[in-house]
Design a protein around this ligand. Structure first.
Ligand code: UDX
Ligand code: ADP
Length: 466
């Protein structure tokens, strides 16, 4: 079975780049990406490739190659579904903000809506692929809807979780460590569907990197891969607190630990706390599932990863307040960075939001510079927390377009995102224009601290005793 027409529902951080790369690598397959948000679709179709809704290194080149050839963006969801042999569901699955499982469970309403729409529109057999991160056994829920609402059409449900990381999405897709395809491995139809999806990835990835499993293993692997990665960050961040109280240096400790080939160097960079749309959501989801299944100890174990991450963000903010004589009321504090990591304009769960919220509670005046995040996004992030009125957020948080302006007259600079450009600034010039003593709080340990201290800055960093 060879697929000629794909539809992807959801043109976000997952659906957009993934489909762009599939279209690039499979020119004979027509790829339709559909979304309910007309602005998003208009942005994907913008002539000016700098206006794509998602900033990812290398993405605009891929879009330029495939768009209009075999890659299309549209709001016509029904047509997309009708024409496709294979439909990817890449809609958002945020943590529930209401009712049962509030603050813990994944909200599956968008996924469910998609399943219903597919069932209502489809007139021929289809393969439905869950690409969004979902709790274990969601495939069954989708199947129940498709089998009961549909008009006799047969569906195969596959789980194909996305492992790309933002900021490196295109490279991660081009050179994936593995692609996971979960399906009904016990039946011939199930295996046929899995092979059809495997063939798509085999256009550019070696066969041995395409793993086929049962659908539950695939779903659980996605949640737990993220939990393992987040756990490493929380582990090193826990040690950073200990380093700050001793003469140990967290970067040296991380290097020493990571040099053990059994452990490895990656994901041991201490920081102000992890963010992003996946880590927290997936762990909360895992915790919720474990609790629902009566596995209290397992749930508590994973919940600590989140508790430690919240502690790290708060500890950073408290450190700023304590250093500035226990009050920051009316003091100008400059944030370098708002995105949850470098090379992305995504701010979901970014540590910067929580640190800002805490400092605003103490009446600090925050001035933010981020090379990619739009001002309205920063305000939306703060307003979403509902800590204070929108008017107050606007009054006490200022967004700047120039880093030197942002730092002028500031009491302190806090680095929240590890953007490379921060390392290349004229720090002497920044120092000259700040109030003295001039403080730097490096929440990413990216700056040259020795050099900054030589200039005259008072430097505090994660996991360092100075
Ligand atoms: C993650 C997974 O890596 C990816 O496989 C999955 O598909 C989606 O979730 P992403 O959230 O895009 O990807 O970014 P990632 O690079 O994993 O970083 C997550 C957070 O951890 C960021 O805030 C980052 O700054 C932080 N981090 C990461 C650290 O603080 N230290 C590290 O050593 C690594
Ligand atoms: P992710 O990081 O999972 O890709 P995003 O929020 O970036 O999450 O993207 C999800 C996209 O899915 C959004 O653009 C949203 O408008 C779209 N979406 C949500 N529900 C539906 C739906 N029922 N039909 C079509 N698109 C949807």
């Amino acid at each position: 079975m060879s697929i000629k027409n794909i539809c992807c529902i959801g043109a976000g951080y997952v659906g957009g780049p993934t489909m762009a790369v599939i279209a690039q690598k499979c020119p004979e397959i027509k790829v339709n990406v559909v979304d309910i948000n007309p602005q998003r679709i208009a942005d994907w179709n913008d002539e000016n490739l700098d206006k794509l809704p998602i900033f990812e290194p290398g993405l605009k080149e891929v879009v330029a190659e495939a768009r209009g050839r075999n890659l299309f963006f549209s709001t016509d969801i029904e047509k997309g579904i009708r024409e496709a042999e294979m439909i990817f569901i890449s809609v958002n699955t945020p943590t529930k903000t209401y009712g049962k499982g509030k603050g813990m469970a994944a909200d599956l309403k968008f996924v469910e809506l998609c399943a219903r729409q597919i069932a209502e529109v489809a007139t021929e057999d289809k393969i439905v692929v869950e690409k969004s991160t979902l709790p274990v056994r969601t495939a069954q829920a989708i199947k129940d809807i498709l089998d009961n609402v549909g008009n006799g059409v047969k569906f195969q449900i596959l789980s194909n979780p996305e492992f790309l990381a933002e900021g490196t999405a295109v490279n991660d897709l081009h050179h994936a460590d593995r692609v996971l395809i979960g399906g009904d491995i016990a039946t011939a139809e199930g295996r046929k569907a899995m092979d059809a999806l495997s063939d798509i990835y085999a256009h550019w990835l070696p066969k041995e990197r395409i793993l086929q499993t049962n659908v539950w293993s695939s779903e659980l692997s996605k949640l737990t891969a993220n939990a393992f990665l987040a756990q490493r960050v929380s582990s090193i961040n826990a040690l950073s607190a200990l380093c700050e109280k001793t003469e140990a240096d967290i970067d040296e400790v991380a290097r020493a630990i990571g040099s053990d080939s059994r452990i490895g160097q990656k994901f041991l960079k201490s920081s102000v706390g992890f963010g992003g749309s996946c880590f927290q959501k997936d762990i909360l989801n895992l915790v919720y599932i474990c609790r629902s299944l009566g596995l209290q100890e397992v749930a508590d174990y994973w919940e600590q990863v989140i508790i430690l991450n919240d502690y790290q963000k708060r500890r950073f903010a408290d450190g700023i307040i304590a250093t500035l004589n226990n009050t920051i009321s009316g003091k100008k504090i400059t944030f370098f960075g708002w995105a949850f990591k470098k090379d992305t304009n995504d701010t979901r769960e970014s540590a910067a939001i929580y640190v800002a919220d805490h400092l605003l509670d103490d009446q600090g005046s925050i001035h933010v510079y981020d090379p990619k995040v739009r001002p309205q996004q920063m305000y939306a992030d703060l307003n979403y927390l509902n800590t204070r009125s929108e008017k107050e957020n606007e009054e006490f948080l200022t967004v700047c377009t120039d880093p030197y302006e942002a730092a002028k007259g500031a009491h302190a600079i806090a680095v929240l995102t590890e953007w490379d450009e921060f390392k290349t600034y004229d720090w002497q010039r920044i120092y000259n224009n700040m109030l003295k003593p001039a403080h730097i709080f490096d929440g990413r340990n990216i700056l040259d601290h020795k050099e900054l201290i030589k200039i005259g800055f008072k430097v505090r960093a994660i996991g360092k005793a100075y």
